[in-house]
Design a protein around this ligand. Sequence first.
Ligand code: GDD
Ligand code: MN
Length: 387
Amino acid sequence: MQILPNLPGRNGTASETTSWPPGAPTRNTSEVLAAPRSAPGARATVIVPTYNEAANLPRLVERIFEAMPEAEVLVVDDASKDGTADAARELARKYPVRVIERFHERGLSTAVLRGLKEARTDVCVVMDADLSHPPEAIPELVRAVENGSEVAVGSRYVPGGDIDRWPLFRRVASRAGTLLARPLTPVRDPMAGFFCVRKSLVAGIPLKPRGFKIMLEILARTGATRCVEVPIHFEDRSAGDSKFGPKERREFLKQVAALYRDLNAWPWRLGKFLLTGALGVLPDLAILNLVVRALEGTPTYGAAAGWFVAMSVNHAINRAWTFRARHVPAVPSYLKYALGVLAGLAVRVAVMKALPSWDYNLSSLLGIAAGACLNFLGLQRWVFAGR
Ligand code: GDD
Ligand code: MN
């Protein structure tokens, strides 16, 4: 876990060269980072993580300041081999550009967090260096956050947004990833790399920065709900190579799995609920056998007792594990739970009655599925809700 104020790589692992205002002496020590200076007149910081983007940086910076002259640009470069940092320092002679060079750390997500940490304005924009993200959208993103949105997204997947010249494979992979990430956030383009946030939103929130999808991490773990999406036209990069490859894809899957688990997202909860329900046959059959063999009761009594015990066990597991709802009092939730189970049974019977011409196994299965859906929704909305 990483919390913004405690980023590693602070001492001696990075250097910063500041040349704004023009002619100011440049220094190369990490102490420079600690000294808070106000960015002269800056309204927002545009954080640009770079790895081998020397060819793209000049045009990008020019377009950023055309779009928003009150910005400060913060380039976070991971020791690029093509002279990106030098190109950035060259630009800093003319524009309010700051450069952070990291020599002992690599990664897009950690670079963005480093930029957020070093930014001198609360409002920050994050964007790629390769001109995929239109700088012309920056003012609208900034305005949205200034006006109270927690996160503003430069979005490809809202009406008016689109992607230019992407190979079919990347389109499909992007859509599949978006589908996986959708339950974690309220936005339509959770995979975007172009967004605006306040650094105060992120400060103090434990993040696990890995791979490329830092916005997803921020959105999911801050639980931001006030989000706006500004449609953008996503251009394919004009020069250089994409760094998004199989390793980044694997990182993304690990990230999504960790977020599902850590945040108990609804697909994860549903899986646990179904597993609990399926495993409920074990206590059920155990009690049935106990009643019939050891207590010499009838199978009907055994079945009733088994059902009752299984329901009680399932209530306990669902409360503590599936829904993480130990804060909900046990007895009232148990009574509601029992009512819910009966309602599920009623749904099953109703479905069977509604489909008299169907094979009773099929209509029963359909009824069980409908009852389980209703139970799940009822449990999370009504029985285990309220935090
Ligand atoms: N500092 C740093 N360190 N920057 C990096 C690193 C790194 O290890 N790897 C990549 N970058 C920079 C690139 O130089 C570029 O500015 C930006 O991060 C995005 O990298 P690309 O290689 O262009 O990625 P992409 O186009 O495949 O993916 C981008 O677009 C996706 C769709 O919007 C990223 O922004 C993704 O996050 C985004 O989902
Ligand atoms: Mn790109």
